[in-house]
Design a protein around this ligand. Structure first.
Ligand code: IMP
Length: 199
């Protein structure tokens, strides 16, 4: 059923994300265009869950464009913090001054709030939502489990990568070669499920 998609709006204003998704969809004959290029507004992420926010973004883009739309939402959940920062992962890095995002401060906050708790387990989650006008929205989820370390290590990746060690490894995502991270990441796993549904 998903193979009937010819054109798809990527509900993101992040050119890097749109480019990556377009490359992934090209082999399926799907022409991906960005919400930004269509001049679609970027809705507020007001839901308390990744599924809720991905759904909200995809459905808004599908409604506004009349096309199929794909959106993602992702973040870090730390067990001892009750799942925080969760859907607020990007917001924890928002600057108090006018500067760009401050992930050094966001990582420090994770460590401070852990306050020596023995349970350091955490996971990255990625949810993809595929919405089509007048049809039911599909949800695809991926996760990678691991634990938090301190101090941050590694120069690769982005966001919380330098304090996250994935299960089965002793290096952080920040120390891992990008190709290696892309094989096991929450995003790769969610996309694998989405691509399976396209087949
Ligand atoms: P989104 O773009 O709204 O999905 O925001 C996701 C936020 O979660 C990012 O800004 C990062 O803070 C965090 N995040 C998601 N995926 C990763 C990852 O692979 N590594 C590190 N941080 C991530």
């Amino acid at each position: 059923m998903l193979s009937q998609i010819g054109r798809l709006v990527v509900a993101s204003h992040n050119p890097g994300k749109v480019h990556e998704i377009a490359a992934l969809l090209a082999p399926f004959g799907i022409d991906a265009i960005s919400a930004g290029a269509l001049g679609l507004p970027e809705p507020e992420e007001t839901e308390p869950t990744f599924v809720g926010n991905a759904r909200l973004k995809a459905e808004a883009a599908a409604r506004a464009s009349g096309l199929a739309a794909l959106a993602d939402d992702s973040g870090l959940e730390v067990a001892a913090l009750g799942g925080a920062p969760g859907v607020l992962s990007a917001r924890w890095a928002e600057p108090t001054t006018g500067a760009g995002r401050d992930f050094a401060a966001a990582m420090r906050r994770v460590w401070t709030e852990l306050a020596g708790a023995p349970d350091r387990s955490a996971r990255f989650v990625c949810v993809l939502a595929l919405a089509r006008p007048g049809e039911e929205t599909y949800i695809f989820e991926g996760e990678v489990r691991g634990h938090i370390v301190w101090p941050p290590r590694g120069e690769h990746g982005f966001g919380y990568d330098p304090i996250f060690v994935p299960e089965g490894y002793d290096i952080t995502f920040g120390e891992m070669a990008p190709e290696e991270k892309h094989k096991i990441s929450h995003r790769a796993r969610a996309f694998a499920r989405f691509v399976d549904a396209l087949r």
